[in-house]
Design a protein around this ligand. Structure first.
Ligand code: GYE
Length: 334
């Protein structure tokens, strides 16, 4: 009997504890919902999905966005997707649940965004695409784009190589391309623009093209292998400075002088690439501007006010050549 009473008391106590914790939880949840819903929203809340931290360029891009949000008094919900599209989609879904005013994101690859963009549209949340572009059948799924003009960067790279080798006749010019993340609009655009630029010059041959995923380590690995597989390489077209620094390491290891034994064109214009240009290790550096934070915040404010924004906005960028006087060039900041 005594034992039964003990069991009954214990069971009742457990039931009360479960009931109590459930009540507390739902009360907290409700309070949380009430808290979010009723907090005076005098500030704008921006949900930003960043792809990761794969390069110095990307880290500078993130820094620009975080600093600009602070200066603009915009509350930033920032997510680092660690190079995974599915993480970006999860983050964007949580931004929708949180009912942010605007969503901005860097699409790591160009396709696979329609569903989440439709969810944002159904929730009445405008979306700003930044840095890289998306491919979609329904352009109305996002409000606008701000970022780099990848095809122009590719054409600028081609033009430099055409000019550099213009005096060479009666033999092909052999080019290696080390490209960025497969399926990203930036890698696709830089490749397309480069080929457009070489269109009327069949003697300029891309003898090998391979993705280094914008990573220094992969640039090194690929170049180390290519230098064993290919002879008589005239030029390397590298889609970003991070991979170029790996390429330079690989060339030195095989007693090759980057920038003279093999011409190198690179994109981003981080400080390390400008220093390599000064040392003659690269021959042309094409700027890709990471400092889009302030412009993103101005566009965010417009969208939060229900105003329209430009469909496509390309950031200002320039090209640095081996023949330039770089003595007055400001430090790149990354
Ligand atoms: O060139 C590279 C970064 O999307 C323009 O991504 C950006 C590219 C940039 O990893 O360094």
């Amino acid at each position: 009997m005594k034992n039964n009473n003990h069991i009954r008391r214990t069971t009742l106590l457990c039931f009360i504890l479960v009931l109590l914790s459930f009540t507390l939880l739902t009360q907290c949840k409700r309070e949380k919902e009430v808290l979010v819903a009723d907090t005076p929203r005098n500030g704008i809340i921006l949900g930003f999905s960043q792809i990761g931290a794969e390069s110095s360029w990307r880290k500078r891009n993130t820094q620009s966005i975080v600093e600009a949000a602070e200066e603009s008094h915009i509350q930033l919900l920032f997510d680092n997707a660690e190079q995974k599209q599915e993480n970006q989609i999860k983050a964007m879904r949580s931004f929708i649940a949180y009912q942010v005013d605007v969503i901005a994101f860097v699409p790591i690859v160009a396709t696979g965004w329609d569903n989440i963009l439709q969810e944002a549209k159904d929730a009445g949340i405008p979306v700003l695409v930044t840095d890289r572009k998306i491919e979609t059948a329904n352009e109305n799924l996002y409000a606008g784009f701000i970022g780099t003009d990848s095809e122009r960067e590719g054409r600028d790279a081609a033009q430099f190589i055409l000019d550099k080798f213009s005096q060479i006749e009666n033999r092909p010019i052999r080019i290696i391309e080390i490209s960025g993340t497969e399926g990203s609009s930036v890698a696709l655009g830089r490749a397309a623009g480069f080929r457009q630029g070489l269109d009327d010059h069949p003697e300029f041959e891309i003898i090998h093209s391979e993705s280094g995923d914008f990573l220094r380590s992969k640039g090194y690995e690929i170049m180390s292998r290519i230098l064993k597989e290919f002879d008589d390489i005239d030029a390397i077209y590298s889609h970003n400075d991070g991979m170029t620094l790996g390429i330079i390491d690989a060339m030195y290891e095989r007693d090759l002088q980057p920038g003279s034994d093999i011409v190198i064109v690179t994109i981003d214009a981080e400080q390390a690439a400008i220093e390599a240009l000064r040392r003659g290790e690269v021959n042309c550096v094409i700027e890709c501007n990471p400092n889009t934070g302030p412009a993103i915040m101005e566009l965010t404010k417009k969208l939060a006010r229900g105003e329209s924004i430009p469909r496509f906005q390309h950031v200002d960028e320039e090209v640095f050549y081996e023949t330039d006087d770089l003595s007055s060039l400001e430090p790149r900041g990354y």
